[in-house]
Design a protein around this ligand. Structure first.
Ligand code: GLN
Length: 201
């Protein structure tokens, strides 16, 4: 393992630049990942928000889906936000026909779950591992219907109609949030992930 881990950001689609900016502000080295060779060169991966159906199709087109599954199975730390959370879920609801994920987190995630009520909104999230609630932005976000025995429901929406919904999950080296911490100027989720990366290396 490299002395300083390089954190890849999956750059098939979505808000890649924003994640790189926050990771780098926390002192991480980053690289974009679009091809299998680029995936081989990173020690951890962030999967951004965007559109999971497009990400899935592009991952298939670029021959990345199997390499991604393999790295996650081998224990590579990965963090998915929003569409990235969907990509890390073992099971999804309201997916497109045939929609596949990378998987790795034993959870059921419902696509566009909040979006059925309102397209985007903000809510505080009570989050294990963080000193105080995280003010989160949700954009056509999924929520977590249930987590299996191996996964930890780390964060829940703390206000509004959706209070109590699970919106952050951790399983081993994998982390997923329904919301977009790269958009709010609060680096604590990225810093938390970088601690996970450090512990794994
Ligand atoms: N609704 C999107 C999807 O299904 C996720 C939205 C987002 O990442 N902001 O992938």
């Amino acid at each position: 393992m490299a002395a300083v881990p390089t954190v890849g950001v999956l750059a098939l689609q979505g808000d890649v630049r924003e994640h790189r900016r926050v990771l780098e502000s926390c002192g991480a080295a980053t690289a974009v990942v679009r091809r299998p060779e680029e995936l081989e060169r990173v020690q951890a991966l962030v999967i951004p928000g965007g559109e999971s159906t497009t990400m899935w199709r592009l991952a298939r087109t670029f021959d990345l889906l199997e390499p991604l599954r393999k790295r996650v199975e081998q224990g590579m730390p990965a963090y998915g936000s929003c569409a990235g959370m969907i990509m890390l879920a073992d099971r999804i609801l309201d997916g497109a026909a045939g929609q596949e994920t990378i998987g790795g987190i034993d959870m059921v995630v419902r696509r566009n779950a909040f979006g059925r009520q309102v397209d985007s909104f903000e809510s505080d999230v009570e989050m294990g591992g963080l000193d105080r609630p995280f003010h989160a932005v949700f954009i056509r976000a999924p929520w977590v219907e249930s987590v299996g025995a191996g996964a930890d429901a780390l964060g829940r929406a703390a206000s509004g109609d959706s209070a109590g919904r699970i919106v952050a999950v951790r399983q081993g080296n994998l982390l997923a949030t329904s919301f977009h911490p790269e958009l709010t100027g609060d680096p604590r989720i990225h810093a938390y992930f970088l601690e996970m990366v450090k512990e794994a290396s």
